[in-house]
Design a protein around this ligand. Structure first.
Ligand code: AMP
Length: 473
């Protein structure tokens, strides 16, 4: 499929896409839309930023346009479940944009953190599309303001994150209320055992489509690690924010408390920053996000959950102030930069306690991330010499530091052949083109040791750009 016209979508939708300046379907759209238009259930493995919203929104809008009927009071014809308020809002906006020429088309948003009253009002006469987070959706059902027995199409977006956030029981309750005769589109960035089990209970003979395997999204991002002591992280962050040409930087902390602390530290250092996390009110989050989007603040501190699904283009840097203990979160985090086909820089601080997390991340992404050692209490290189374990994680999962002499400063760069600049569509997600198949396996030495060896090297001259570098043994 090289054009949206090939799908047989309604003229009103094609007109809206032309106005949105969408020319070519992205790979997830090219794969999902024809299947969904045939009425098939689909499991889509794709991350935010790949154009997956349109891959479910367009077939749904087409279905609504083709079979016009007034929804029953308090009912919805299409239900989209998403994990966060932000993502839900973005999905509803996308439906509005793609469906702007379809009349009538009522789209409602049911999210927590704001008054339920206008949501009840919006649902009272029934809507075509309801986008909701699971908790608020159930509140509406429990208060008899919403019925789910008329749902013709269901979307579960970011299923893996839904499970991470503990929505499994809510989702099961919701699914039990839906008609058995329905079409289900199920999206997840990763397919763990839990996600697979959930999908098995929700879908009927699903077609499976997949774009950019999760662990390889990282390849468009220039990744670096800075080994540091925990106490030095605030100063290091301030230094980076002052030194780097940062357009927009998203800084990740593991906890909400940590996020607030970083904001305070940066403000003290004279740097404007704000935070978004679950303890902030919806208004505060929206205000911070809007300021970040329009450039009033360059630095936004976020926790994993709050940042998930944020659709802000032009994030030049992601800083992992804390490394995540779930390696997949690293991939989600750095995917916030290099969005819409651009490249980005991800800098991760790694203190002694986080060395094991780094090893797990490198094993997942099969890339040895170039590192700089900024620890002050470094042990002399000679201490490790001749133990046959240089550069390998020790039995506690900690990485040993490689001596800075000899070849230590030379990091052999892997091929960048997998970067497909030409296929990009001017700041938009990569369109469906023949995709170069990249060998994703690790190096021979990786295979020998069973993991990507982590090398901690003193690097005086790090590359400004370039994907993470593979280790060639
Ligand atoms: P999503 O992954 O759905 O969050 O989409 C990421 C961004 O890409 C959004 O800003 C969309 O508006 C944009 N987008 C989605 N599909 C296309 C397309 N086919 N052409 C150009 N831009 C697109």
């Amino acid at each position: 499929m090289t054009s949206f016209n090939d799908f047989g979508l309604a003229e009103s939708i094609l007109r809206a896409l032309a106005e949105e300046k969408y020319q070519t379907p992205t790979p997830i759209q090219a794969q999902t839309i024809p299947l969904a238009l045939q009425g098939r259930d689909v499991i889509g493995i794709a991350q935010t930023g790949t154009g997956k919203t349109a891959s479910f929104a367009l077939p749904i809008l087409n279905h609504i346009d083709a079979r016009r009927m007034r929804p029953a009071p308090k009912a919805c014809r299409a239900l989209v479940l998403a994990p966060t308020r932000e993502l839900s809002g973005q999905i509803a906006d996308s439906f509005r944009a793609y469906g702007r020429h379809i009349r009538p088309l009522d789209i409602a948003l049911a999210i927590g953190g704001v008054s339920i009253v206008p949501q009840k009002r919006a649902l009272s006469r029934g809507v075509e599309v309801l986008v909701a987070t699971p908790g608020r959706l159930l509140d509406l059902v429990d208060q008899r303001s919403l019925r789910l027995d008329q749902v013709e199409l269901l979307v579960l977006d970011e299923a893996d994150r839904m499970l991470d956030m503990g929505f499994i029981h809510a989702i099961k309750r919701i699914v039990a209320m839906l008609p058995k005769e329905r079409q289900t589109l199920f999206f997840s960035a990763t397919m763990s055992g839990d996600v697979t089990r959930l999908s098995a209970n929700m879908l009927r003979d699903p077609a499976r489509v997949s774009v950019t395997p999760q662990a390889t999204t990282a390849e468009r991002v220039d990744q670096r690690v800075i080994l540091t002591e925990k106490a030095s992280k605030p100063a290091l962050l301030a230094e980076i924010l002052k030194a780097e040409t940062v357009d927009r930087v998203l800084v990740f902390t593991r906890t909400k408390h940590g996020a607030d602390k970083v904001v305070r530290l940066l403000n003290k250092a004279g740097l404007a920053a704000d935070a978004i996390h679950g303890n902030k009110s919806q208004n505060q989050r929206e205000r911070a996000l809007a300021a970040f989007r329009d450039g009033r603040i360059r630095t936004l501190i976020a926790t994993d959950i709050a940042a998930r699904g944020i659709d802000v283009d032009g994030v030049s840097h992601v800083v992992n102030y804390d490394l995540p203990n779930v390696p997949e979160s690293y991939v989600h985090r750095i995917g916030r930069t290099a969005r819409a086909g651009r490249e980005g820089i991800a800098i991760s601080f790694c203190d002694h306690e986080e060395a094991a997390y780094l090893r797990d991340i490198e094993r997942l992404i099969r890339i040895s991330i170039p590192s700089t050692d900024r620890r002050t209490g470094k042990r002399p290189a000679a201490q490790h010499a001749g133990n046959g374990q240089q550069g390998r994680p020790n039995h506690r999962g900690n990485h040993q530091q490689r001596g800075s002499g000899g070849n230590g400063g030379k990091h052999r760069h892997g091929t960048k052949g997998h970067r497909n600049h030409d296929a990009r569509q001017g700041g938009r997600p990569q369109a469906a083109q023949p995709q170069p198949q990249v060998q994703r396996t690790g190096s021979a030495r990786d295979e020998q040791s069973g993991m990507g060896n982590v090398k901690f090297m003193q690097r005086s001259n790090e590359p400004r750009r370039g994907a993470g570098h593979r280790t060639h043994g």
